[in-house]
Design a protein around this ligand. Sequence first.
Ligand code: CMC
Length: 395
Amino acid sequence: TGMVTLDPGFTNTASCTSDITYIDGDAGILRYRGYPIAELATSSSFLEVAYLLINGELPDSQTLERFERRIGRHRLLHEDFLSFFTSFPSSGHPMAILQAGIAGLATYYEDTLNPHDPYERELATVLLLAKVPTMISYIARRAIGLPLLYPDPKRGYVEDFLNMTFGMPYQVHDIDPVVVRALDMLLILHADHEQNCSTSTVRLVGSSDANMYASVAAGVGALSGPLHGGANEAVLRMLDTIQSEGLSTAEFVRKVKNKEDGVRLMGFGHRVYKNYDPRAALVKATAHDVLGRLGSDDGDRKLEIAMELEEVALSDDYFISRKLYPNVDFYTGLIYQAMGFPTKMFTPLFALGRLPGWIAQYREMMDDPAKRIGRPRQVYTGEPERHYVAMHRRE
Ligand code: CMC
């Protein structure tokens, strides 16, 4: 079987080559298809970035319009599918429902399952980008018993997602363009991050030639964990705890350093960034803008706690020596909360943002001549050969 190298957590094993995203973790650099993340975040739109990640080049205006229109046409969910959302407890976690819903899309679109057929694969791409926002807003509505709203083809992608989530039937709901722009930017910042846990999961599942829905659904499962996408929810719960227990930030940081009850400073640290996460800097600036516009006293107080936590941590040797900086999730929850999203909806927003990256990476792998089924090895540490003992002879 040859030599096997043990690499728990894959800290130095590359599983593929990729042309999509470049990260220099020491310098705090992130680029999609060569474009610096800050330029895309300030000048582009989420669907344009999705096109870029998936196709490799920025679209011209006609191509982008066609892409947006095609996605716009597919935003409705099949009527039979609506009963799906009522078959779980309304308190059930949105990530669990989302994962099941995305996997379930495969049952409605059986002519889009072949990953090697360019037509089917393109349609699956469009269907996922079109239907996932509708699905997420339906999960949010159902959790609080509000009627579901159909997608409105006259609205833009992000604006309509906000309308389906927060609007009311027969009421023209003006969505604040500042909020639309802020969410658009947050989705761009989450759109890809090379071989992170969920993307590697999408690739591993897809390496068996499993369809795009099955692979992306598996990515949603990976993203749900608190060490990955679930961190945005965990940060807000952490801020809540600090606030309700009346802890000072210094006391909380001391608990973290002493590893009391395994508590970590959520939203801090990253496997690849050993410098300030460039996305976190952009999110922090947006948090100030959005909270300045929509902020409540509670949100403002939480932002203060978060900034204090950052300051205390960044001047503490524990964090300095381990190169732990705020990551993308440290400030996002505060913005989502100010926008009106319940805490449980934060990680689905990350999933919506990461969707283009998962799709782009899945497609890149399918076209890679070096693609083989993913099959990690192991180092066996169990018993050597031994022999079955009859029940009556066991001690
Ligand atoms: N708070 C306190 N200590 C930490 C933290 C933290 N957030 N992160 C890492 N450390 C310590 C860790 O205890 C270890 O110290 P020691 O050597 O004394 O045991 C050292 O730093 C290295 O940590 P690690 O766990 O080996 O690092 P990793 O690369 O395996 O894990 C991580 C990366 C992101 C899972 C981790 O930093 C973490 O748990 N952070 C909190 C959760 C979080 O914010 N996740 C979101 C990541 S960014 C967006 C995303 O990917 O979804």
